[in-house]
Design a protein around this ligand. Structure first.
Ligand code: GLY
Length: 441
């Protein structure tokens, strides 16, 4: 089979890496891809939002299955356009993906189907939004209605901060995405990412993951697209996962079907788990998380191509006993460029030479357990990378690499990922030092 993957970040590298392991997959194309993806796929320089050219590419290359990694392409209707030409594609339609591209729609939907979430109000008038924010006790959550590269949410610690966020959105910081502004009650607890693979009726859940959205250690600094992730998340015990399925995933599938837009593809439930172990939806997304994909896919002990194919056949029910996953844990540290998420340089040479030195990860839980050391594995996923004119590997984005450690336990995975991060050299390299700590308390 020939597969086309849409996107060019760390998540898409993880998707290509996992698809490549399928015995069904003969060739992978990726648009646009990156320098790491180019080692396992043919990268085609077409933007994920250039749907017309992607349809053409799929036809010309006789692509058997397209897997969409990116939200933008889904929001612009790539699935509808492919299906209209009889092309097989994995992802939700534009109307189903509205759960991600309109936070207002998602909130109203959750209200209609009694899906637990924070109270909110939505405004298309700046002054009303400001007056409402003033009436609230901080922290005040201010959100853009539309897509904003994961940066459209501000948790304001004062009215003054909320005011700046509201002005930014109405002043067009995120273009049309900020034409409607949501103000939500602040929720306390632990955030987790639950990925439900859905075929419109059935859902199969991937291992729960936790994402680190803030730039700096201790969850400080500005929001980013994600600075690291780990899985599994120890607070998500089987009973809680069952509750999440019953209170969030199943009503969402039923609701979308009832509204005429059955949900196919990945439903990403960004949840807050409160002290009473109750799940509340922070937001829905319509694709895998980045960098969560870089931990949940390495832990998936199934053929990902077969799963995607089953979705397109409406046949996911065969996984109703659950998806197999590897024992152990995975942890991904995002290595970013100095200045991210604001201004950063591109074109900085990346040196992997020191990765060739053997890595010892015997400082984990079972230092004497040879088996544990043998099973540990490091995977370097590329996010913002390219080759320059002379073929040198260079940075090409703010998030440059996702360094995943896969091991018998979270501590070993953390030790391994950080040892690898230290051995990657490029000017302005930056990464958080506390990824995974929350999973070890
Ligand atoms: N890790 C957050 C996201 O993918 O939106």
């Amino acid at each position: 089979m020939k597969v086309l993957v849409i996107g060019g970040g760390g998540r898409e590298h993880a998707i290509c890496w996992k698809l490549q392991q399928s015995s069904h997959v003969k060739e992978i194309f990726c648009a646009p891809g990156n320098a790491g993806i180019a080692e396992i796929a043919t990268c085609i320089s077409i933007a994920p939002t250039d749907i017309e050219r992607l349809v053409e590419l799929a036809i010309v290359q006789n692509i058997d299955l397209t897997v969409v990694g990116m939200d933008d392409a889904l929001a612009r209707g790539i699935v509808d356009a492919f299906k209209a030409k009889g092309l097989r594609i994995f992802g939700p339609t534009q109307e189903a993906a509205k759960l991600e591209w309109s936070k207002y729609f998602a909130k109203e939907f959750m209200l209609r189907y009694n899906i637990p979430t924070a109270s909110y109000a939505c405004f298309d008038e700046r002054n009303y939004a400001l007056a409402y924010a003033k009436s609230k006790e901080p922290p005040i959550v201010v959100k853009a209605d539309g897509l904003a590269l994961g940066k459209g949410v501000t948790v304001a610690k004062s009215y003054e901060e909320a005011k700046i966020a509201i002005h930014d959105l109405f002043d067009g910081k995120f273009g049309k995405s900020g034409e409607k502004v949501l103000i939500e009650d602040f929720m306390r607890g632990q955030e987790v990412s639950i990925f439900a693979i859905c075929d419109g009726e059935n859902a199969a859940l991937l291992v729960p993951a936790q994402d680190y959205k803030k730039l700096n250690d201790g969850d400080l600094g500005p929001n980013t697209g994600g600075m690291g992730a780990y899985a599994p998340v120890p607070i998500i015990k089987p009973n809680l996962l069952k509750k999440i399925r019953e209170k969030v995933v199943e009503p969402t599938l039923l609701g979308m079907k009832k509204e005429g837009h059955p949900y196919e593809g990945i439903l990403y439930c960004g949840l807050m788990i409160d002290e009473g172990e109750e799940p509340y939806v922070v937001e829905f997304n319509s694709r895998l998380g980045d960098p969560e994909a870089q931990v949940v896919l390495p832990l998936l002990d199934e053929d990902f191509f077969e799963i995607c194919w089953s979705v397109t056949e409406g046949d996911l029910g065969k996984y109703k006993e659950g998806l197999h996953r590897l024992d152990g844990a995975a942890l991904c540290v995002v290595v970013a460029s100095h200045g991210y998420p604001q201004n950063y340089k591109k074109g900085i040479p990346i040196d992997f030479t020191r990765l060739n030195e053997p890595v010892e990860i015997v400082s984990g839980k079972n230092p004497q357990k040879l088996e544990s050391i043998l099973r540990a594995k490091g995977i370097i996923f590329h996010a913002g990378t390219a080759r320059d004119d002379s073929g040198r590997l260079v940075s090409n984005g703010g998030r440059v690499l996702g360094v995943t450690g896969l091991a018998d336990n979270l501590l070993d995975a953390q030790v391994l990922a950080y040892k690898l991060c230290e051995r990657i050299d490029f000017e302005g390299k930056y990464f958080r030092k506390d990824i995974g700590d929350k999973g070890m308390i």
